[in-house]
Design a protein. Structure first.
Length: 159
């Protein structure tokens, strides 16, 4: 009962979305496709959203906005979340905002490709929407392991 993932993002090519969706398959269980909407924001835009939504007045790399609470490790079933249906047979799980300029800076800083950094930030956002976090060391270790597993499926491992 591994759910299909649908990444709705106008700025990613169809091939890039398909590769990401394939790598995410099996990360969550469910009986319907799981929908994530991804947008790219300028530094000013993401700073504004970060200040408004989190009270943090600075540019960040990625923000996640889960549509459901308390879902980590739970099967996402069609009848369990009627308020999150998108009208096309998919369960809306959340929004992810990525700052491309910050991703470019981080790719240079970490010495890897922009492709890797953007995919990593989207994966990170998806996991947050699925209830993962990194506030404690055990949570951080679990989330990082999931991120690296997904990134390896795309052959985008750390260099």
């Amino acid at each position: 009962m591994k759910s299909e993932f649908v990444i709705d993002c106008e700025e990613l090519s169809e091939d890039d979305r398909a590769r990401l969706q394939s790598a995410l398959k099996g990360v969550a269980e469910g009986d319907v496709p799981l929908l994530f909407e991804v947008v790219f924001l300028s530094p000013d835009e993401i700073k504004t959203v970060n200040a408004r939504e989190r009270g943090v007045d600075c540019v960040t790399d990625v923000l996640s906005f889960p549509a459901m609470d308390g879902i980590k490790g739970q099967a996402l079933l069609a009848d369990g979340h009627p308020d999150c249906w998108d009208g096309e047979g998919r369960l809306y799980v959340g929004d992810i905002a990525v700052c491309r300029r910050r991703a470019e800076e981080q790719a240079k800083e970490y010495g890897h490709s922009l492709e890797r950094e953007i995919n990593y930030l989207i994966v990170h956002g998806v996991l947050h929407c699925l209830g993962y976090d990194h506030m404690t060391e055990p949570e951080k270790a679990e989330m990082r392991a999931r991120e690296e597993e997904i990134m390896a499926r795309m052959n985008l491992i750390r260099e």
